[in-house]
Every structure is written in C-alpha cells, then in structure tokens.
Ligand binder design. Structure first.
Ligand code: ATP
Ligand code: MG
Length: 258
C-alpha cells in the first residue's frame, strides 16, 4: 500500500499539486484520472521520486520516501516497475535484451538466469517467439507488452503506468488493461495507472482517484462513478454521448455494469 499525505508541488511559483492525499491499495488497479494538465504525471513522478514535492509524505508500506537516504531510495527502486508514456524501449536492443536490462542493472543473476527470467516475463505477457526482434519490427501493442515484461522483470511490489494505452486502438487498449489487471491480482502488486481513457476507468477502475486542478476531488470505484454528484468528475467522465448513454442505461437498470 502507498499512502500519500497532503503533497504539494509547485513549478516556478505555480502550485500544481495543492495538498493531495490518496491511498493506493495492494493487489488493486489504482487509477489516477483527470483532465490534461490536472497534475497526474507530476503526481506519478512524485510517487517514484523523479519530482520532489515541497510538502507532504509518501509512505511505501510505512516507509517515507521523502525522508529516505540515497541507499534506501536505491533499494526502493528495485521494488518498483515503471511504464512511462510511450513504451520507451531501447531501440538498439532486442526484445529479450530490453527485458534483461533491469536484471543486469539490479541483480547478480547469471546470464542463463537472466535469460530464463526474461523469457518467463515475455511469455507471461503473451509474447512468445519475438525474443530476437527489435522494437521497430513489432507493433505498438507488442511494444507495450515488452515494456510491461520489462517492468515486471524484477518482480516489483509497486507498478506505475503513465497512460499505458496512449497510441493504441480500443481493442488493443482493452487487452493491455486486462493484462495489467491480471498481473496486479496475480502478483498482488500495488499498481498505479494514470489515464484519461474512459474504457479503462469503467473497465479496471478498482480504486479511482480523481484530480481536478491540483486537488483530489473524488475517490471511488468503477461502479460508484455512475452516481457521482461531483460536477467536474461527471463532466469529465460522461463528456461524450456514448458514456452519457451508458450512464443512463446503468442507472435505469439500477445495477452497475460488471
Ligand atoms: N517540469 C515542469 N516544469 C514546469 N511545469 C511543469 C513541469 N511538469 C509539469 N508542469 C506543469 O504541471 C501541470 C500538470 O502537468 P501534468 O503533466 O502532471 O498533467 P497531466 O495531468 O499528466 O496531463 P496529461 O493528461 O496531458 O498527461 C501542467 O500545467 C504542466 O505544465
Ligand atoms: Mg500526463
């Protein structure tokens, strides 16, 4: 579990996070949602230590990130998997080489052990037989799978994904969401996903944190979101006719879509 308490972050005197508190639960897909520019990426970068908030606490199962020394942060990094916008694979490395990279950086595994672990992770994300291909030779959806395999190579306790569906078609997006959700449950990972994809919100939103203009305005799950009375959230989620119709359907049937 990660607990965020009252974090504040400014850039050039402008406050982006204005005292945000949230809890990200173990073994669940925790979604941070909000409009473009609302502070989702700054929030995620703060969580992983790439940005340092001026105020607040970030507790990783009780361990406060902001008061850790360098060694403690290094150790925490080995427990974290990351998937940032785009898949950020190394173009000059093969698929297998990409997944082996964190194992080479952070473990003392032998060559054979690294291979075995990398192959296992690639198989887990449904990518068998692509080991020797280069990122430029595979599709965007496959690249995402490689990035997920790389992110889980070290068996992380915490997994962070910033817009994992960006650039993917709706069907591939759903497959990636399902994969992230399955992995989260199977390995009991505390997974945090930034998204503004409504399919993701309504599909895998087990714990949803809505950020609006630097404030956390709503917390709930994909079933509760239909009943929200928060105007900004309602406007954000049900902005399109399609989602408005889904909402009307769900409310008129008085049972949430599972
Ligand atoms: N390094 C930085 N320096 C200055 N301003 C920044 C920096 N990083 C982010 N910001 C500002 O912080 C605000 C929030 O940005 P952020 O990237 O967190 O938004 P977001 O919710 O992730 O948006 P999107 O959905 O478009 O990815 C924006 O106004 C942005 O310009
Ligand atoms: Mg962002």
């Amino acid at each position: 579990m990660i607990e965020v308490k009252d974090i504040e972050k400014s850039f050039d005197g402008v406050k982006v996070l204005k005292g945000v508190s949230a809890t990200f639960e173990t073994g669940k897909t925790n979604l941070i949602i909000g409009q473009s520019g609302s502070g989702k990426t700054v929030m995620m970068k703060s969580l992983v230590g790439l940005v340092r908030p001026e105020k607040g606490q970030i507790l990783y199962d009780g361990r406060d990130l902001l008061s850790m020394n360098r060694d403690e942060v290094q150790h925490l990094r080995t427990e974290i998997g990351m998937l940032f916008q785009g898949s950020a694979l190394f173009d000059s490395e093969t698929v297998l080489g990409n997944v082996e990279f964190p194992l080479m950086m952070y473990t003392k595994m032998s060559w054979a052990e690294r291979r075995e672990r990398a192959r296992f992770c690639l198989e887990r994300v449904g990518l068998k037989g692509a080991d020797d291909k280069y990122p430029s030779e595979i599709s965007g959806g496959m690249q995402k799978r490689v990035a997920i395999a790389r992110a889980i190579a070290l068996n992380p306790k915490y997994l962070f994904c910033d817009e994992p569906n960006s650039g993917l078609d709706p069907k591939t997006s759903i497959l990636i969401d399902e994969l992230l959700s399955d992995i989260t449950h199977e390995y009991q990972i505390t997974t945090v996903i930034n998204t503004h994809d409504m399919n993701s919100v309504l599909g895998i939103g087990e714990n949803i944190i809505f950020i609006n203009k630097g404030h956390r305005e709503w917390v709930g799950n994909k079933d509760l979101i239909y009943q929200t009375t928060n105007e900004a959230l309602s406007h954000f989620v049900f902005a399109t006719d399609l989602f408005q119709k889904v909402k009307e359907y769900v409310i008129s049937n008085e049972h949430p879509v599972k």
